[in-house]
Design a protein around this ligand. Structure first.
Ligand SMILES: NC(=O)c1ccc[n+]([C@@H]2O[C@H](COP(=O)([O-])OP(=O)(O)OC[C@H]3O[C@@H](n4cnc5c(N)ncnc54)[C@H](OP(=O)(O)O)[C@@H]3O)[C@@H](O)[C@H]2O)c1
Length: 134
């Protein structure tokens, strides 16, 4: 089993990478520091060769609604196109409990997370939007 962690050097991604490697799972880290840009697509097709599952723990550089929606949706689109070409079978996105509900429904960043969940659920690769990673 080979897992591509989109955002593998981040707070969540780096811990997840350690956990998966402890279990003997092969991991490819996909972040800017790794030379992979999920928005421009740089390095993405090469990094996804042989990958079964994408775990998406990316974070948006912008926290306003327009910036966050554009980043999270754009990343799902590019990961879906390149993931489908590579034969990826599952795309897991880490979301946040309660986004889009009650008082949180108008926060720009949360609107980005809601858009991210919607985009991955309607994309062609079977998907899970979860609030737990390890
Ligand atoms: N932290 C939490 O407690 C928590 C709780 C619930 C949900 N979440 C969700 O989990 C996700 C990750 O959170 P985090 O705190 O781990 O974020 P983080 O520490 O900011 O890490 C985000 C990662 O995204 C990568 N990244 C940003 N733009 C990129 C691009 N264009 N191409 C490739 N990689 C890019 C960064 O790469 P570089 O390091 O190379 O720049 C970084 O590794 C978020 O979506 C957040 O909503 C987090």
């Amino acid at each position: 089993m080979k897992v591509f962690i989109a955002g593998g050097r981040g707070r969540v991604g780096s811990r997840l990478e350690d956990n998966l490697e402890t279990k003997g799972i092969e991991v490819v880290s996909g972040g800017l520091e790794d030379g992979i840009d999920v928005i421009s697509g740089k390095g993405l097709s090469e990094a996804l060769v042989g990958v079964d599952t994408i775990v998406n723990v990316l974070n948006s550089p912008r926290f306003d609604a327009e910036g966050a929606i554009s980043f999270f949706e754009g990343a799902i689109d590019n990961l879906t196109v390149e993931g489908e070409r590579a034969g990826v079978r599952h795309h897991i996105v880490l979301s946040i409990v309660g986004v889009g509900e009650g008082d949180a429904s108008e926060i720009g960043y949360y609107l980005g997370k809601v858009a991210q969940e919607k985009a991955v659920r309607s994309a062609s690769i079977p998907a899970t939007a979860t609030t737990v990673t390890c």
